[in-house]
Design a protein around this ligand. Structure first.
Ligand code: NAD
Ligand code: ZN
Length: 358
């Protein structure tokens, strides 16, 4: 079966493009009573970006904390806060932040027009109604969340996205200036998400000419960012943004693989954020992704990045088991990486062995 991939219809790209947001929003304002709600990473409170947010009339900001990755109960509470406000349903929801905020914005948009808890919509095409117009503005690059059809959420029972045609943003604003101040380690961890998306997209049965074309270009940009000595920071930021965008499109048409399956287990049980969890796992996957992992080691050394090691020391059998069950359950990722008979190559014991290396 072939899948239909929906991407973002509109993309504004360029250094300083964030300054055009105010004008774009005015075009969107439906009537005098409608307002815009900005979901903004609370790390930007009292930072220059706060002053640049074009608030007018009844528009308001909801500061969102992402110390923990997006949870269904937080989506529900933001949705309720918006619905119960005197302004009611807004004309648009605008997410400003890293992948976590982008996913919150996508999920809140869908949940403003679909009843019940967001945990009921974790899965494919479960939402029935079109969401509120939503705009994504990344402040970190690598996840591809700006273009994906998924809002990844952890619910009471699982970490699984709200995925479907109502999820992707209506507009994204890619302004490389917004990622300039990202801390070195975080920039690397999130940037490596793109690198790993491409490696995984290219190595599996679901790859096709489209996914391969995006991945090759995305990978070339990512390698320039992290391996080229002669690149300026401004050039690197532009390329990283585009790498993330293409990497997200690539996995949309293909699939992630072994590293992401293991990474989901690390995030679900040990609460590691996605980027760093990927790096912890990928660091130990030379047996699967060979040269790409060796290049990753070079990038880590070159940029003097701390990749946690020894994280499995002191874990209980129960924790190993829970991580393995989480990872093993992502059968689409294993199928992509090892083929239709993947279960012959992967077992919970093998997964636990991988975790023990980390
Ligand atoms: P993040 O959004 O989780 O943020 C990581 C940290 O960086 C946070 O502390 C945040 O406050 C901070 N931060 C963000 N921008 C900053 C900036 N410019 N300067 C300083 N600090 C900044 O990080 P991420 O790696 O972008 O996103 C990870 C999330 O993306 C996970 O929740 C993951 O599940 C999700 N994800 C989604 C998709 C998708 O297709 N929807 C794909 C991959 C990952
Ligand atoms: Zn990822």
């Amino acid at each position: 079966m072939f899948r239909i991939i929906k991407s973002v219809p509109k993309c504004l790209f360029g250094k300083g493009s964030f300054n055009q947001l105010g004008d774009l929003l005015e075009e969107k304002r439906i009537n005098d009573d409608s307002c815009f709600v900005f979901l903004v990473d609370d790390c930007f409170k009292n930072k220059p970006i706060e002053k640049k947010i074009p608030l007018k009339r009844a528009d308001y900001i909801i500061w969102v904390n992402v110390d923990n990755e997006p949870k269904t109960f937080v989506v529900d509470s933001i949705r309720d806060q918006i619905k119960n406000s005197k302004e009611g349903i807004p004309a648009a929801v605008i997410g400003i932040g890293g992948g976590s905020i982008l996913d919150y914005a996508k999920a809140v948009s869908v949940m403003l027009t679909n009843n019940g808890s967001s945990s009921l919509y974790q899965g494919l095409n479960l939402a029935k109604n079109q969401g509120v117009y939503h705009i994504g503005i990344p402040t970190l690059s690598g996840t591809g969340a700006e273009v994906s059809m998924t809002a990844v959420l952890t619910g009471p029972e699982k970490k699984l996205g709200i995925k479907g045609e109502f999820t992707p943003f209506d507009l994204i604003v890619l302004d490389p200036e917004l990622i300039y101040d990202a801390p070195k380690n975080q920039r690397f961890y999130t940037g490596m998400d793109s690198y790993i998306h491409n490696v995984e997209s290219l190595n599996g049965i679901y790859k096709n000419c489209i996914s391969e074309s995006y991945a090759i270009q995305s990978q070339a940009l990512c390698r320039e960012v992290f391996l080229n000595d002669n690149i300026t920071r401004e050039e690197a930021d532009e390329k990283l943004m585009v790498s993330s965008y293409f990497g997200g499109l690539s996995i949309g048409h293909s699939e992630v693989g072994v590293c992401h399956a293991l990474s989901y287990g690390l995030s679900y049980v040990l609460d590691f954020h996605h980027g760093i969890a990927n790096c912890i796992a990928f660091n130990q996957l030379e047996d699967i992704y060979g040269p790409a992992v060796r290049d990753f080691h070079t990038m880590v050394e070159k940029h003097k990045i701390d990749i946690p090691f020894g994280i499995s020391k002191g874990l209980t059998l129960e924790q190993f088991e829970k991580m393995a069950i989480t990872a093993f359950g992502l059968d689409h990722m294993w199928r992509h990486a090892f083929g239709l008979d993947w279960a012959k190559h992967v077992s919970k014991e093998k997964i636990i062995d991988w975790y023990k290396r980390m």
